[in-house]
Design a protein around this ligand. Structure first.
Ligand SMILES: [Fe+2]
Length: 356
């Protein structure tokens, strides 16, 4: 697409820009909880976190308390349970009164997916509609296991976290990525949109040894994943799956306000890992994605700064998503695709979200 002037911007196609109000409005935030988070499939935990029969985890979707229980034959999810339990194990038959079971599926590398929707129109497979295909052979061939969990509560809008996972020009902010990754293959990576607002980013070969003190990750990988590859799945409305050589990471957002988000991070290896393999995966994971790694905290600082500039009461801005570069890494196709789905689900125009 040629460069655009004032006239061509006025004649813009839809969702080439969003209003900063989408990141700051209390009204929009409340609508998102109701119309998006209470409707979609949410990857809440990994099944390895409830290994034994009777193991459970608690979580929330759209401020509703959720209980996820390993029943042996299957994993089940409940809402608002009146549970009197002891940590780690409960007697389901004796203590759960007045519970309502929710739709729950284990899918895509053993994630436990739950929806508050009492009548979901799609299965998890239909909802994700191919977005996981690029990493399916790597995450579904062997049982995986969570080895890392940490969370961050950040004063920013949850969509800014998803944005940072789906746009790649902020990669210039990461020194580690610049030295280990900026090669011809990197710039040829493609953003591939799927239905329901999901996008994935195709792989390239990372040169880990370009960074002082880092080692090549080729020796320890995931099943069917060529050495030193890096795939990303950005799942609407705020879940990210990141496969980088020998370590796999998932991010999950829980919006707590227009300007507050809880982000949960998990790291995964294979259940069959030897002790040495697991230690290597943990080292590789933490050296990039741990709280003191070379990447993740930089993203957190970035989105906290963005949040500061877009709080309620700040001047409304028009944020362009107008870069067209044949779907390659700096094309904003992923952002346009996401905000098209977002606007459709909320029934608003992202450029004028508060218009009557
Ligand atoms: Fe980043």
């Amino acid at each position: 697409m040629p460069p655009r002037n004032h006239k061509s911007w006025l004649a813009k196609p839809p969702v080439e820009a969003v209003s900063s109000e989408i990141y700051s409005s209390q009204k929009i935030y409340e609508e998102e909880i109701k119309k998006i988070f209470a409707k979609v499939w949410v990857p809440l935990i990994h099944k390895s976190e409830i290994k034994e029969i009777g193991d459970y985890r608690t979580s929330q979707i759209a401020f509703q308390n959720i209980l996820i229980v390993n029943h042996g034959d299957r994993v089940r999810a409940y809402i608002n349970p009146g549970v009197r339990g002891v940590a780690g194990n409960i007697d389901i038959t004796l203590t759960m009164d007045n519970v309502k079971e929710l739709y729950c599926e284990v899918k895509h590398g053993g994630m436990v997916w739950v929806t508050l929707d009492p009548n979901p129109t799609m299965s998890v497979e239909e909802w994700t509609c191919g977005a996981f295909d690029c990493i399916a052979d790597a995450i579904d061939t062997e049982e995986m296991e969570v080895f890392h969990y940490h969370k961050a509560i950040i004063d920013t809008n949850y969509k800014l976290w998803h944005d940072t996972n789906s746009e790649f020009y902020h990669d210039f902010m990461h020194y580690f990525n610049r030295v280990s990754g900026f090669n011809d293959e990197y710039f040829a990576r493609k953003n591939i949109p799927f239905d329901n607002g999901h996008v994935n980013v195709s792989s390239f070969t990372v040169n880990y040894t370009e960074y002082d003190g880092f080692e090549d990750r080729g020796e320890l990988s995931f099943p069917n994943l060529p050495p030193n590859q890096w795939y990303m799945v950005d799942l609407f409305p705020g879940f990210n799956f990141n496969l980088r050589g020998s370590a796999y990471r998932s991010d999950s957002v829980t919006p707590l306000g227009p300007n507050k988000v809880l982000i949960e991070f998990r790291g995964y290896g294979l259940r069959k890992d030897t002790k040495e393999e697991r230690l290597t995966r943990i080292k590789h994971h933490n050296s990039i994605w741990g709280p003191f790694g070379r990447n993740l905290h930089e993203d957190l600082i970035g989105v906290a700064g963005q949040g500061t500039t877009m709080r309620e009461g700040t001047e409304t801005r028009r944020i362009l998503h107008g870069r067209h570069e044949n779907g390659t890494i700096h094309d904003e196709v992923g952002m346009r695709h996401y905000y098209k789905a977002w606007g459709d689900m909320l029934g608003v125009n992202p450029e004028q979200p508060l218009a009557a």
